[in-house]
Structures are given as C-alpha cells and as structure tokens.
Write a protein that binds this ligand. Structure first.
Ligand code: NAD
Length: 429
C-alpha cells in the first residue's frame, strides 16, 4: 500500500499544494539524475514510521480538549532520527511527513550521522497560556515515549517551539524513565546541557551560506539589500547577523504584517520592539507598514523567506525581483516557482543547505552531551561554520559537475549518500 493512500488528503481546494507530493518530486528528480534503482526510490519515498497520538489536555477553564500530535520518522539509515517539533495551526500529517523527508537529506548533505524526522501539533501557541502549553508539550511527549530516545529519535525546536518546550519534554521523558536524559532533545536551555550558539544557529547558517554565495559572485554582504519574511527564531537571528555584517535589512515581516525602510531597518531596535509587542513588528515607529504579499516582491538583492512553506508560488513568482533567494524556511518556494526562477537565472539557495545551521548545532550539542565536555560559543560557531562551508562548496561543485541548479545538486548529494548507505547495509531480511 502506498503512503499516498495512507495519508489523509487534507485539503480539497484546487490551489492546495501538497508538501509531501513536492518532497517526493524532488526525491524523484534526484533519483533520476543519479539513475537510482527503483526499489531504493520506493523505500526512500516512504517514511519508516508515522505516528499520530491523541493528546488530551485540561485547559485553564476546566474544559478537556484533545489535540492530534504527529511524529513522522522518515529514514534512520545513517543514525538516529532527528527533527523539530512544530506548533502551528497549519500543521498536517502530510506537511510533517514532507519535513521529515527533508531532514533525512539535510543531515546526509551536511555529513552528520542522523536520519530524518519531524513532529507537530496543529495549534496556534499564541492562543494558549504557558500552563496549557506545558501540559500539551508534556502529554504529547509522554504519548510518544516508546517511539523516541537519545539513540532512537531526538526532537528539537521548530516553528512555535523553543528551548522552553524542549526543557519540558526533556523533564517529562526523564521522569518517565526514572533518570535524567539530557540527550533526548536538542535546542534545550544551557542549564540542562544545551549548547552555546544553538539559538542563533539556524540564522547564522543562513548568513554564512548567503555570504559564500555572494563571494562566489564577487560581492560582499556590505551594503547588500535584504528582505526577510518571518522574524522568529530564524528570521530575527539572520537579520541580526546580516545587519552586523554590514547588510541593509530593508523589510521584515511577522504573521500580522511587515515594516519597510528604504534606508535599512535598525535591527537591534526592531528586535527590542518585537519582544515587547507580542513578537510582532507591526507598528515599529521608524518604518512604514507593508503587507506580507508586497514584501516578497520588493526590489532587493537577497530575499529570505523565513516563515512558512509555499510562499513563492506560480502566482507571485514573476513579481519577485530578488536575484538571490535563501530558503531559511523549509519549502518556501513551490516546485512550479522553483522551475520559473531557474529559467530566469535566479539563484535559490535550497532549504536543506541554507537552514541546516540549526541541525548542525543540534548535532554539536549531542556530541558535547555524549562526551560530557562543553565548548565555548566561539568553538561551536567555528565547527558549525566549517560544516556549512564544506557542504556549500560540495553543492556548488556538484552543480557545476552535473550542470544542474543548486537545489538538485544538494538533493543528489543528500539522497545519493542515503541511497549508498542503504545499499551497503542491504535490505533485511
Ligand atoms: P518561529 O515560530 O520562531 O517564527 C516564525 C516567524 O514567521 C514569526 O515571526 C511569525 O510571525 C512569522 N510568520 C508566521 N506566519 C507568517 C505568515 N503567514 N507570513 C509572514 N510571517 C509569518 O519559527 P522559526 O523557528 O523561526 O522557523 C521558521 C522557519 O524556519 C520554519 O519553516 C522552520 O521549519 C524553519 N527552520 C527552523 C529551524 C530552527 O532551528 N528553529 C531550523 C531549520 C529550519
């Protein structure tokens, strides 16, 4: 039975772009380029395990509500499953399955010994109290207790979750098994074995990959005009580091809308403003308002979608003016838009490369935890930068060698390494 028949079709609208179908299309393109055996492709296009659990939680008003919590484990050919947990109203099983698959290729591309997984609950965290979020997180992880473990599957933060949720999950797992298990999650607070540099890691990785791509075009970050959609963990860290490196961040948005300044936004002031404004940039006094739709089509050098999937689509791609797009979010450019951008010669730095800084530092956190030896931030950043730059160089080299765009080059490396490992391990029994 194929996965497509197992996963419920979540939206019937003709405009619906299924993230899992898109992920499978990229896999198939890489498999074709690599001339992979069809049996291998079949294995890799199916997650090994798909779990949906009921998460019953008592809300503050005494009402009991049942949430659906997902965890999808795509492939553990190279090592334990690894992937974030997302709290967002748009979470679906198909989305989580697509993101789990991306994690497999991302880890393989970066050369880190993990497989791919992802988890999520379809909630808007802004609608729940801290106490409710704690109960949701604890019950969700306790329902998954037999499916995860520090050498089995290691969750991390993603949209809507942070070090706080990781600490609750680590505590819940530890209480259930009877001893402290810091290695059950990454992206946790420093006080319980988190790594220095983890919070900024994904944004730092985005900055590094953009810097390298500009350098290859004989340009630098200084004075480069940048637009960023999303000002959460990833978008705000990328904005801060790019700003420090001399780039001009001319527009930034959050879910409710964005802000624009022709002369460049004062990013430290904007961060402080958002922190006191329920994480929204709307109303920032030193800028004018801009909608999320208009933000994507602003004239700029670099566009960084750092929020959701499917933001640059067949509908708006012709209005996008940036010549360089760095996918800080997972899957922000649809398959159709990707092809149209390639035809126009726009460089797209693909998600599995551009946003890999987070999983790299998660890996470094895991390594530090296993060795009971914790590094200073400079060392963490250095080790991360080495892995990111190495992967970038390999992708560029592969792109030249095979005469394919960077995304297909990245996929051929990631998919190819997993396929090779699968071939070497063989199919049991
Ligand atoms: P986050 O929850 O911290 O921030 C998300 C941001 O996007 C917020 O500013 C939110 O207001 C904004 N947003 C939400 N809906 C929007 C919309 N419709 N239009 C514009 N902005 C909108 O999430 P995050 O951790 O920064 O993750 C962002 C993206 O990066 C996701 O695709 C995630 O999978 C990816 N990613 C995150 C990490 C990580 O370490 N956190 C690692 C790799 C990839």
């Amino acid at each position: 039975m194929s996965l497509k028949s197992l996963l419920p079709l979540e939206a019937a609208s003709p405009a619906y772009i299924c993230p899992f179908d898109q992920a499978c299309s990229y896999l198939e393109a890489a498999a074709k380029e690599l001339r992979l055996d069809q049996g291998l492709v079949e294995i890799l296009s199916h997650p090994r395990k798909v779990v949906t659990v009921s998460v019953p939680v008592k809300l503050d008003n005494g009402e009991v509500r049942i949430f659906a919590g997902h965890r999808v484990q795509h492939a553990d050919v190279l090592g334990p499953y690894k992937g974030g947990i997302r709290y967002h109203p748009a979470v679906t099983l198909r989305e989580v399955s697509a993101l789990a698959m991306l994690m497999t290729w991302k880890c393989a591309l970066l050369g880190i010994p993990y497989g791919g997984a992802k988890g999520g609950i379809a909630i808007d965290p802004k609608c729940y109290s801290v106490g409710e979020l704690e109960r949701i997180s604890r019950r969700y992880i306790s329902e998954l207790i037999k499916d995860i473990g520090p050498s089995v599957d290691i969750p991390a933060p993603d949209m809507g979750t942070s070090a706080r949720e990781m600490a609750w999950m680590m505590d819940t797992y530890s209480v259930n098994v009877g001893h402290a298990v810091p290695g059950i999650v990454t992206g946790k607070p420093l006080s319980i074995g988190g790594s220095r540099g983890r919070e900024m890691a994904t944004g730092r990785g985005v900055m590094i990959i953009i810097r390298e791509a500009l350098a290859d075009q004989g340009r630098s970050l200084v004075g480069t005009r940048v637009v960023i959609q999303g000002f959460g963990n990833v978008g705000s860290a990328a904005a801060e580091l790019l700003h420090q490196a001399g780039a001009k961040i001319i527009a930034v948005s959050t879910g409710a809308g964005g802000v624009f300044s022709q002369d460049g936004l004062d990013i430290p002031a904007l961060k402080a403003y958002a922190a006191g404004n329920r994480k929204s940039v709307v109303g920032f006094p030193q800028a004018v308002s801009i909608s999320n739709a208009d933000l994507l089509t602003l004239p700029c050098d670099v566009l960084i979608p750092a929020a959701l999937e499917n933001q640059i689509t067949g509908e708006n791609v012709n209005q996008v003016q940036a010549q360089l797009i760095a996918e800080a979010a997972n899957g922000p450019v649809t398959l159709e838009a990707n092809q149209l951008l390639a035809a126009r010669g726009v460089t797209v730095l693909p998600d599995i490369l551009a946003n890999a800084g987070g999983v790299v530092v998660s890996y470094l956190e895991w390594v530090q935890g296993l060795s009971y030896l914790f590094w200073d931030e400079e060392r963490v950043n250095r080790e991360m930068e080495n892995l990111m730059v190495r992967a970038y160089r390999q992708v560029v080299q592969q792109s030249k060698l095979r005469q394919v765009p960077l995304r297909l080059a990245a996929y051929t490396l990631g998919v190819g390494r997993v396929a090779q490992a699968l071939t070497d391990r063989g199919l049991y029994p």
